[in-house]
Design a protein around this ligand. Sequence first.
Ligand SMILES: Nc1nc2c(c(=O)[nH]1)N[C@H]1C(S)=C(S)[C@@H](COP(=O)(O)OP(=O)(O)OC[C@H]3O[C@@H](n4cnc5c(=O)[nH]c(N)nc54)[C@H](O)[C@@H]3O)O[C@H]1N2
Ligand SMILES: Nc1nc2c(c(=O)[nH]1)N[C@H]1C(S)=C(S)[C@@H](COP(=O)(O)OP(=O)(O)OC[C@H]3O[C@@H](n4cnc5c(=O)[nH]c(N)nc54)[C@H](O)[C@@H]3O)O[C@H]1N2
Ligand SMILES: [Mo]
Length: 687
Amino acid sequence: MKATVRTVCAHDCPDMCSLLAHVEDGRIVRIQGDPDQPFTDGFVCAKVSREPDLVHSRERIPRPLRRSGEKGTGAFAPVSWEEALAEVVARWRAIIAEDGPLAILGYCYSAHQGQFNRWLPMALFHALGATRLLPGTVCDTCADAAWDATVGPIGGADPESVVRSDLVIAWGADLVTTNVHFWAKVERARRTGATLVAIDPRRSRTAALADWHLAPRIGTDAALALGVMHVLVRDGRCDREYLARETLGFERLEREVLPRFTPARTAAITGIAPSDVERLAGLYGRARAPFIRIGWGMSRNVHGGQAIRAVALLPGITGAYGRPGGGALLATSQSFGLDVDPVRRPSGPTRTRTVNPSRLGDALLHLDAPRIRALFVAGNNPAVTCPDAGAVRRGLSRDDLFTVVHTPFLSDTARYADLVLPAATFLETEDLYRSYGTYYLQFGPRAIAPVGEAWSNLRLAQELARRLGLRDAVFSMTPDELARTVLRGATGALSSVDPGALRTAGPIKVPPAPGGQRFATPSGKLEFYSAALEAQGLPPLPDWEPDPAEDAEARRWPLRLLTAPGYYQSHTAYSGNPVLRARQGPPVAVLHPAEAVRRGLRDGDDIDVYNDRGALGVTLRVSDEVPPGVVLVPGQRPSGEARHGTVNTLCSTRYTDLGEGATYQSTFVEVRGAGHRDGGAADGRRP
Ligand SMILES: Nc1nc2c(c(=O)[nH]1)N[C@H]1C(S)=C(S)[C@@H](COP(=O)(O)OP(=O)(O)OC[C@H]3O[C@@H](n4cnc5c(=O)[nH]c(N)nc54)[C@H](O)[C@@H]3O)O[C@H]1N2
Ligand SMILES: Nc1nc2c(c(=O)[nH]1)N[C@H]1C(S)=C(S)[C@@H](COP(=O)(O)OP(=O)(O)OC[C@H]3O[C@@H](n4cnc5c(=O)[nH]c(N)nc54)[C@H](O)[C@@H]3O)O[C@H]1N2
Ligand SMILES: [Mo]
C-alpha cells in the first residue's frame, strides 16, 4: 500500500514546512517539501529529510517502561499501558489527597508538536490546579517581553517580503542553520542587489556567507543599536515625520540616552571599530527597505531584553517599518488571532503557584508547602536543555519524587523517570499547526499509525483527564472539534476560515494587515519610551549599562561561553537518529588559536570546559570562527555523547533583564587539557 500524505513539520523551527510524507505499508519511506507552499517552497532541511530514520529509529521506545534500578541509570522493565495508567492515576490521586494538587508539576510546553498535542497536556494540569509551568523561559520569554514592550504583542514583518528588501541584517540569527527557508528568500533578494550583513559574535555559517560580518562582544547589541541611532540622528537621517506620527518617546531617547552612545564609546563597549559603527549606520540610513531578522541568541544573556528592544526600535528611526521589504521580524505567532485559551486553560483556578523552567532544579529541590512530589514531562528534555542542569538532575534523583516522562526516545530526563510512556511523533498524530516564523497555518493529518505502542500527547492527556474525573469538553474532543473551538473565537484574517474545510485546505496564509508594521503597545505606537516597563520598575528607555555581577564573573574566569543551535541536531530532538548524530560529529568546544596556544592545547585534544557549577569533557576544535575570550559549544548534546557532562551544567539560573528568561550566554568558564591532574575534573568541580 502506497500513499502520499500532505502534512506539516512540527519540529521547533520558525519555518514550519509543508510536507509530503510518502508512505509504504505503514512506514514513512520519504519526506519531501510540499511545492504548494510558497515559503517553504518544496524543500526540507538536512534534518527533516532524514525524518523516516527518526520515526522508525531502532532507538524508539516500543512500550511503557517502569523503573527497575536507581534513578538516572536507565534500568527499566516493560509494563502494559493499563498498568502504567492505573499507577499514574493512583499515585496522583494519593498525592492530591495528602498535599493538594500543587504538589504536582506538569513540565510540557512546546517542542515538536502542533497546537493540540502541545496544549492538551497543559490543559490537564490547568484543570487539576497543579503547580503551573511558565512556558518558554529557556527559549523566548525575554525576547517576547522586549518585543511586546516595544512593538506590542503582534507579529513582525512578513518573511516573504524580504525579497523586496535592499539590505538584510541577520542580527543574532544563524539563518542557514535555524531558518533555512528564509535564507533562500534572502538569497533571492541578494540576486537583485540586496546586501546581507550578519551581526554575530562568531563567524556562523550565515556570517561566513554574508557580504559583511560584524562581531560584537556577546551581550552588547543594545549598545551597537544605540550607537547606530546616534549616528543616524547626528547625520540627519531620521524620518522625523514617521517618528512624530508612529512612535512615542523618541525625544527623550534623543536627549537622555543617545548622546552617550558616540561611535567611540559604542566601540569601547562592543569591540566594533568606530568606523564600522559609522559604516553600519550609513548602510542602514541609506537603505530603501532594510529588513532586520532578529534571532533569539542575543536575548539569552543579562542584557538580552535591552538588546531586542534597541534593535526593534531601529526601523522606527528611518521609518523602515512603513516600507514594504523593510521592518523587523522576531516572530509572527501573535498575529494569527487563534483563540487557544479554551484549549489550554479549561477549568481550574485562575492563579496557582508557578515554576519558571529555567529554575526547575531549584523548584524540585527547594519548593515547599507543598513539596513537588509528582512531575510529568512531555515533549521536553530539561535534564539537558535547562540552565544548571546539574541541579535539575539532583532534583530528578529525589527518591520521593514520582516522575512520569512521555517521549519517543529514552532521553536523559526519561532515565530519571519512574514510568516512561512511549510518545507518537507528529507524523503519527493529527494537529493544527501555526508557524512562529511565517504567516502560514495548516492542518496536518497523520501520515502513519503510531509506531509500536506509542500514544500521542493528545490521546494521553485526554485519557488521564477522563480517568481523573475531569469533565471539561476539551478532554473528549476530536482534532476537528478542537480546530473548530480555536477558530470559533478567532479574530482577523482567520475569522473567515471555514473550519469544515480546514482538514483538506493545505497551507493557509494569514497575512499581516497591509500598510506597514502595526503597533499593539498601550499607546498604539512604537514605544521608545515604555510606561509599562517603568511601572514594573524597569528602565523605560532602551540603554546599555555594565552588569556588576557579570563583570565579577568575568574577572574570575577568562572565557565566556557561547552556545548555538546544532546544524544537524535541533536541541536533543534528533539525538535518536544515529545518522544525524554522526553527521553532527562528536561534541566539541571551539577556541580561537591564541587561546589554544596560551593553554598549550591543540586541535583534537580532549579538554574540559569547567566552572564552579560543572564540567564538560569534549574534543577541542581550534578555529578563528570565534574571537579570543570566547569558547563556543554548539548544540545541547545528551550525556553519553560528550566524554562527560552536558553543557548546561555550566550555566546559572540567573534571569534576563526582561521577561525572566534564561541567560545561557552569561556564563564564564575556563578550559584545560583533560590530562590535567590537580583534581576536580572527574567530579565536575573546580579544585
Ligand atoms: N538546526 C537547528 N534549528 C533550530 C534549532 C536547533 O537547535 N537546531 N532550534 C530551534 C529553536 S527552539 C529556536 S528558539 C530557534 C533559534 O534560532 P536562532 O535565533 O537562529 O538561534 P539562537 O540560539 O538564538 O542563536 C543565533 C545566533 O545568535 C548568536 N548570538 C549569541 N549571543 C549573541 C549576542 O549577544 N549578540 C549577537 N548579535 N548574536 C549572538 C549565536 O552565535 C548564533 O549564531 O531555532 C530553531 N531551529
Ligand atoms: N545552552 C543552551 N541551552 C539551550 C538553548 C541554547 O541556545 N543554549 N536553547 C534553548 C531553547 S531555544 C529551547 S526551545 C530549549 C529546547 O529544549 P527542549 O524543549 O527540552 O527540547 P528538546 O531537547 O528538543 O527535547 C524535546 C524532547 O521531546 C521529545 N519529543 C519529541 N517529539 C515529541 C512528541 O510529539 N511528544 C512527546 N511527548 N515528546 C516528544 C524528544 O524525544 C525530546 O526528548 O533548549 C534551550 N536550551
Ligand atoms: Mo527555542
